[in-house]
Structures are given as C-alpha cells and as structure tokens.
Design a protein around this ligand. Structure first.
Ligand SMILES: [Zn+2]
Length: 416
C-alpha cells in the first residue's frame, strides 16, 4: 500500500520553476535528521488561472528529484479536487485532496442519518478518548445534528474516493479529505463523528484537513486565540488516534494543516504536540513560493525589479477583481496599501523587505504581501517575460525560495 510518510509538507510551485529550490529545503532538513516528504500541490483553480496542466507539476518535480538525487518518497497532490475536476489529475497524481466542503450543511437523506445514528451507539455518552483535555461528552442529539450537517459531504467523499480507486487501484493512492474551505470550524467531537462516517464509507484516508478555529489567511500569520488553538489541535490528535483504533482507519492517519504557510505563531504549538504524541503531520503551503519569486526579482534589481513594481501597480488597480476569489482568506486594509508611485520609488531591497515575511522588520507590510499573494495571475499574463526573468535570476530567486521554506517554516515546525 502506498503510505504517506509520518511528516509531509506540501509546496506549491505555480510557475513550475522552483521545484529544485524547494527540494533543497527538504534536503537540508534531512541533514538535520528530520525526514519530511515533499508533496507538490496545485489546485484546479490555480491551473485554470495560470493555464497549466497537472502533468507539468509532476514533470517539474521529477526533474528536481533526479537532479538532486532525492532518495526518499515524494508525491504529487491533486489539490482540492471534486468529482467534476479530478479526471485531469488522475494520470500524474498519487495524492488526492478530496474536497467536500461544498456539501457541508446540505442535507443527507433522513434515513441515512438515522441509520448512521443507529449504527453508532458508541458515540453517545462520555467517551474514553485518551489524551483529550476534557472528556468528550456527546449526546444522541449531537450525533444527529453532526450527521445531518456532514453526512452528505462524507458520502461525496466516498463517491470521489471510489472514482479515484477505480482508475488507480486501491493501495496505489494517498487520500486526504479536506473540509477547511467552509465557514465554521469542526470541533474535536465533530471530527470524531465525521471519521466514524468516513470509516463507514470505507474511505481509506491517510490525512484529514479540518477547518481549525481562527483565521488562516493567505501568506500571513495565524489570527486567533492561541490557547484555544492548542487545545483544539491536541484534542484533534487524540480523536484521530482513537478513531484509528475504534474504526479501523489507516494506522498512519494524521492531521493536515491547510493554508499552513506563514502561520508562525502556531508552529511551536504544533511542534510540541508532535513531539509529545509522536503523531504525524501534513502541512500544505502554496503561494508562499510565488511571493519568494517576486522577492528575488525585486532583490535582483533591473528588469526584475521593474516587473515586480509593475505587478504591484496593476494589482493595486485591480484589487477587487483579484481579491474576490479569496475574500474569506485575506484581510487587506486598503488604507495601508502604498501608492504605485511610492512603490516605484522604493529600491529593490525595500520592496523585498515589504514583502518578505519577517513580521518584526520595520518595512514589512502584510497588506502588500496579501495583495501580491493573490496576484499571481498578473505574472501569468506577463508570460515569457516573467518566466525569462525567473530563469535569468535563478540563483537569487532560488535562495529566497529555499530559505523561506527551510528557515521560516521547517525549522520552527520540526526543530524549534
Ligand atoms: Zn485547503
């Protein structure tokens, strides 16, 4: 059976030029004694915005793996797929993020909900779940309410999973179920009920991405109550360990943290939890690498800086249009976006510092960073002009990409 490693880290490479720079970060971490499997992820939405094909992600990753001689596992994630979008990913992916968020809250058949409730008397009462902060107490009404909210989504996950297995063969894929792109977080008791339902559907998921409490905005730090996050994260780990045992789910089932890039304030919490419990983790990042490309071009000066400034000026004129698809995952204060003239007066290192995610740096601007995070379409439109600049400035861009992943993400998550 294709088994997802204990630790895995999803990287996005929108323009398919940074796989090697990304993989170098995993090599550096391996030299530190921590093995983390790289997973290259790109969603249907990103492919559509950029005009790329899923095969290109596989091809770029394969070249990087060969050139750097990466001896361990690596995966290609069909990110946030649904039944209607999965087919174009089938040939070149071994990891499938089955996104069922759209079905959450839509009613399943009443008879199915009742059958689920009848099948799971063990969910009702005060549960003996080792490791939770306070005992989970679930009433029959809770089970009914959660089943009514999530059962259709779970049934959808089953349909998509069986569709993938029919094409690829069971045991040849890694399945993730994601429920993060929805309004309300799932509590640990809800997660347990959802896992019971996924086991009933025979979805052999190896990782699950719930929506956690707090805001996971694109490209910036976590915003929320850290004490509550820690409790919830630890309880989720306990619930997963319990569900593996209780429902015969894959023994390596683990938590997945989506929009996981740049969430610096929760990394120590996650690291402590993993060290304490021995649990696994998948962290998914994507857009953070595209921003490092821009930072590299700004640092490079000349034509690179000129294009970075142009992209900002264009983004500023199209804020509404660029932000609309991401409205629920960005918080931009437009009053804090400098004018194009101001940015045009900045040096390359100044623009790089505004963008680079070092929150304590006096020039860092989280609003500029978020706007440019969702502006990769503009670079796609620039086409070969953008790609040629990436190639011409490969070293300085690659340095930003590797450092960002290794220093700001992997070390705090896995080493401390
Ligand atoms: Zn997600």
């Amino acid at each position: 059976m294709l088994t997802l490693e204990r630790f895995s880290f999803g990287v996005g490479d929108r323009f398919a030029h940074q796989a090697k720079a990304q993989l170098r970060a995993f090599q550096m971490l391996a030299r530190d004694g921590i093995d983390v499997a790289p997973v290259w992820n790109k969603s249907n939405r990103e492919h559509t915005f950029i005009g790329s094909e899923p095969q290109s992600v596989f091809d770029a990753a394969k070249v990087a793996v060969q050139e750097l001689g990466w001896p361990q596992g690596w995966h290609i994630d069909a990110d946030h797929i649904r039944l209607e979008t999965v087919d174009r990913f089938m040939a070149c992916s071994d990891f499938f993020t089955i996104d069922v968020a759209d079905s959450i809250g839509k009613p399943a058949a009443a008879a199915d909900v009742q059958a689920f409730v009848n099948r799971h008397p063990e969910l009702v009462g005060t549960l003996n779940v080792p490791g939770v902060s306070t005992p989970l107490t679930i009433t029959q009404a809770d089970v009914e309410r959660v089943a009514a909210k999530y059962l259709l989504a779970v049934q959808d996950a089953g349909k998509i999973y069986r569709h993938i297995v029919a094409a690829k063969g069971e045991g040849n894929i890694i399945a993730e179920v994601s429920m993060d792109e929805t309004d309300a977080p799932q509590t640990p008791p809800e997660l347990l009920i959802i896992l019971a339902a996924l086991a009933d559907e025979k979805v052999r998921l190896q990782t699950i991405a719930p929506k956690f409490t707090g805001r996971f905005n694109k490209g910036v730090d976590y915003v929320g109550d850290l004490v509550q996050f820690e409790k919830e994260f630890n309880d989720d780990l306990a619930v997963i360990a319990h569900a593996i045992h209780q429902y015969g789910l894959p023994a390596n089932l683990k938590l997945s943290v989506h929009s996981g890039s740049d969430k610096f304030s929760i990394y120590p919490i996650i690291r402590r939890a993993l060290q304490r419990t021995g649990a696994g983790l998948h962290v998914k990042t994507a857009g953070t690498t595209w921003l490092e490309e821009l930072i590299g071009l700004a640092e490079a000066g000349g034509d690179g800086l000129a294009l970075a400034r142009e992209i900002y000026a264009y983004a500023l004129e199209h804020v509404d249009e660029l932000c609309a698809p991401y409205a629920s995952v960005i918080d931009i204060d437009r009053g804090k976006l400098p004018s194009a003239a101001t940015v045009n007066s900045w040096t390359g290192p100044q623009l790089a510092s505004a963008l680079r995610h070092i929150p304590t740096h006096p020039e860092f601007n989280a609003h500029v960073r978020q706007l440019l995070h969702v502006s990769f379409k503009i670079a796609a439109k620039a086409g070969s002009r953008y790609i040629d600049l990436l190639k011409a400035n490969e070293d300085i861009v690659a340095k930003q990409v590797t450092e960002n992943i290794y220093e700001r993400h992997m070390r705090p998550l896995f080493i401390g």
